[in-house]
Design a protein around this ligand. Structure first.
Ligand SMILES: Nc1ncnc2c1ncn2[C@@H]1O[C@H](COP(=O)(O)OP(=O)(O)OP(=O)(O)O)[C@@H](O)[C@H]1O
Ligand SMILES: Nc1ncnc2c1ncn2[C@@H]1O[C@H](COP(=O)(O)OP(=O)(O)OP(=O)(O)O)[C@@H](O)[C@H]1O
Ligand SMILES: [Mg+2]
Ligand SMILES: [Mg+2]
Lengths: 228, 228
């Protein structure tokens, strides 16, 4: 479902050139649960933005469901994201001055669900991440870990085909992190949702079927958690 | 140096009342390295904002160097922060559209250092967190973990009396996290800087002399890493 063919992403020019991705080739099959690990600055978020159709390669190809995403225009890409992807950003990217409930309902508005149905599904998603009773608070009234969980609920509420999660447990205690991993694993095993997750915590990567290890904008190795 | 006497912090009213801190009493002595742990939403950041003189109790007293902080006006508190405190925020709070170097120099401008000296100290701090060569990038051109490290460099650049760090390694891989912990430990052992650090990772808490465990706005227990 996800395929990178020698993808590069270069920022800046000349001496200041930064190769955020330096020739990445990988493929993720439907229904896989993959963890992406590697040092800070190794290109993980850049790769995630590519997967989520939020960014395009400088060279090489990225295919989603066999489609060359770079060939789509902005509107087509937006449609693809709404219909197939749920994204948990490393910085959460919640709408400020907007309640947790409204933030989580957003993907369902695009799907054309009516108010009562949206509300029910959003509350269900918030319940899965342990935020029952916090739905009317806006981000400034929530702790760091609570904001992170609103972002997670928003990513899974539309049961998308693929969930892309960039460090989803960075602000959560161990117990809550494991509960979130269980939620993701259930979505993967029961609903067949493909999950691509960046994490730096080995315990969390252990929930994945396979780990991709990145260094300096390249895939250094890949294998099962046991192997890595 | 830091003392809480039955501190409470209450948000909202009536039914919607949230007791972020629900009677916290603790004291931290000069030169101690303390880790604060506990579930998401247990009041850790709220306590950190209190320590950093950015917030005041609803009831109870918070004393910094024996001073009742709530009795100071805004200007006096700002002066206290500049002269004695370095703060790493859970959300980084870097100045956007401002280079990493300028972000890190900011506390030194308040100290009245001249340009060349500021630059040298800022570059030294950035070097300690492994960001040599990234100093001219602004936050939008840096990875999540790099932004976090700029925030850390800014907190330690003025060698303050107390460093307050709210989840300083949440976006860092294990190797880099340990390097940062070594930097903090050196500042603590060599320069006598008091460190109060929120973390949810047991490996990182292991660098501290003592752990304070919070639940539901209260201190549940405290002890050495070995005990906890
Ligand atoms: N302005 C506010 N209005 C209402 N409730 C608030 C407000 N700010 C914080 N809270 C609540 O206070 C409680 C403590 O928040 P705090 O940010 O201190 O938690 P934390 O321990 O740092 O959590 P985390 O580990 O998730 O960062 C949370 O339940 C939070 O929702
Ligand atoms: N707009 C930009 N201009 C220049 N360099 C950039 C830009 N955006 C990202 N980079 C660089 O690209 C590299 C990869 O960034 P990326 O965010 O993908 O790293 P990461 O693996 O997610 O790191 P972390 O674990 O710290 O989140 C970094 O060195 C970063 O500084
Ligand atoms: Mg990243
Ligand atoms: Mg917090």
């Amino acid at each position: 479902v996800i395929e990178f063919r020698d993808v590069t992403k270069v920022y800046g020019q000349g001496e200041a050139e930064v190769h955020a991705l330096d020739g990445v080739s990988l493929s993720i099959t439907t229904g896989e649960f993959v963890a992406i690990m590697g040092p800070s600055g190794s290109g993980k978020s850049t790769a995630m933005n590519m997967v989520g159709c939020l960014d395009s390669p400088t060279s090489g190809d990225y295919l989603f469901n066999g489609v060359h995403v770079a060939a789509l225009d902005q509107d087509q890409r937006a449609l693809l994201r709404r219909n197939y992807l749920g994204f948990v950003f490393q910085g959460f990217n919640l709408l400020p001055r907007t309640s947790a409930l409204d933030n989580v309902e957003l993907p369902l508005i695009y799907k054309g669900l009516v108010g009562a149905e949206r509300r029910a599904q959003a509350l269900d998603a918030l319940g899965k991440v342990g935020l029952k009773g916090r739905e009317h608070h806006d981000p400034s009234e929530l702790s760091g870990g609570q904001q992170q969980r609103v972002a997670i609920a928003r990513a899974l509420v539309g049961t998308p085909q693929v969930i892309v999660a960039d460090e989803p447990t960075g602000n959560l205690d161990t117990k809550m992190s494991k509960e979130i991993m269980e939620v993701l694993r259930d979505l993967n095993k029961d609903d067949g949702i493909t999950i691509v997750m960046v994490t730096h915590e080995e315990d969390m990567a252990g929930f994945a079927d396979r780990i991709i290890w990145m260094v300096d904008g390249r895939v250094e190795r890949t294998g099962t958690p046991a192997e890595i």
